[in-house]
Design a binder for this molecule. Structure first.
Ligand code: MN
Length: 323
């Protein structure tokens, strides 16, 4: 029985009081890890959102996702795959400190590094939390895959704000990874960037760092698939592993009412799902996080549900990797 330091068991376990014998819900498949069994896919909650610039209850998202595990099935009719064939478990949540946000980030890096050390073959599905978690998460990922890391970031924002004005927040994860030398700009591709949600000095900084950028308007006009293929080529060129990070605020406000930094005319749910389906198929992709959903301001859990579909659709793509 493994006890992984800085990792707590799932706070919430969703059970069913009725089932159809011919249908499997995610809650029946994505069970809590028992600390011993071999596991291929690990769901890991990172419940931190005090580091968000705008008010955010994203720390509640791991449990909000777990609640919906009983509402969705494991089968994709689009891709004719059943996720039940994957050995997936809910590993629980990284332990947070109540007041010390830098210590929270240190816990995320060390806690995830502990997970990877205990379960070296695990594919992590990391549920934020706000986007600040991606910086320590990728640092842990790099400890696991020493060498070059590529990033595909799907986001309305570049997340390269300076670290002096507000410390490491959900506006700085990419800046933090560049300044710490964890990832090089030439290995980063951003998809879905939005007008009136970024500034020119940061655009110029990102370009000077060599980051490849695609706006939401480009996605609308050119289609998501060719853009994702270009992004994967950038993140996969000369790197040892690709990390995918999805900020749900990339979606249009009509599709994602429950994100703190909402945008008009963002990407559609289908563009996002098609993107993660392609990314899931790429064997160079070794980790995924989904961040910045606030269940507190999410009518009928609409955005949490879409975030869950992002995870499940990514895994539908992942299943296509198998021979
Ligand atoms: Mn972001």
């Amino acid at each position: 029985m493994h006890k992984i330091d800085l990792l707590n068991p799932p706070e919430l376990v969703r059970r069913l009081n009725w089932r159809d014998r011919y249908e499997t819900k995610v809650a029946q498949w994505l069970l809590p890890w028992d600390g011993e069994e071999a596991v291929e896919i690990g769901f890991i909650g990172v419940p931190l959102s005090k580091t968000s610039i705008s008010v955010s209850g994203a720390s509640l998202t791991p449990n909000a996702l777990r609640e919906l595990f009983a509402n969705v099935t494991t089968y994709s009719i689009d891709y004719d795959v059943d996720l039940q064939e994957l050995k997936a478990r809910d590993l629980g949540d990284i332990q947070m400190h109540v007041t010390d946000l830098l210590r929270c980030h240190a816990n995320i890096e060390q806690g995830l590094a502990n997970v990877y050390e205990t379960l070296p073959d695990l594919f992590p599905i990391i549920a934020g939390g706000d986007h600040s978690i991606t910086c320590p998460s990728v640092k842990a990922f790099k400890r696991r895959y020493p060498g070059k890391i590529g990033i595909v970031q799907i986001d309305s924002h570049m997340d390269v704000r300076n670290l002096e004005d507000g410390g490491p927040s959900n506006g700085t994860p990419i800046r933090g990874l560049l300044e710490s030398g964890t990832v090089e700009g030439r290995h980063i591709a951003q998809i879905g960037l939005h007008s009136f949600a970024n500034s020119k000095p940061y655009r110029d900084y990102a370009r000077a760092q060599g980051i490849t950028q695609f706006t939401a308007r480009q996605v609308a006009r050119e289609g998501i698939e060719p853009i994702v293929r270009q992004a994967m080529a950038v993140a996969g060129d000369g790197t040892d592993a690709i990390y995918v990070t999805v900020d749900m605020d990339v979606l249009d406000q009509a599709y994602a009412p429950g994100v703190p930094a909402m945008v008009a005319a963002g990407m559609t749910s289908w563009q996002l799902l098609d993107a993660v389906y392609l990314l899931g198929q790429n064997p160079q992709v070794k980790g995924l996080d989904v961040v910045c959903v606030d269940p507190v301001q999410d009518p009928r859990r609409a955005t949490v549900r879409t975030a869950l579909y992002v995870i499940l659709t990514f895994l539908a793509g992942y299943m296509k990797r198998k021979p």
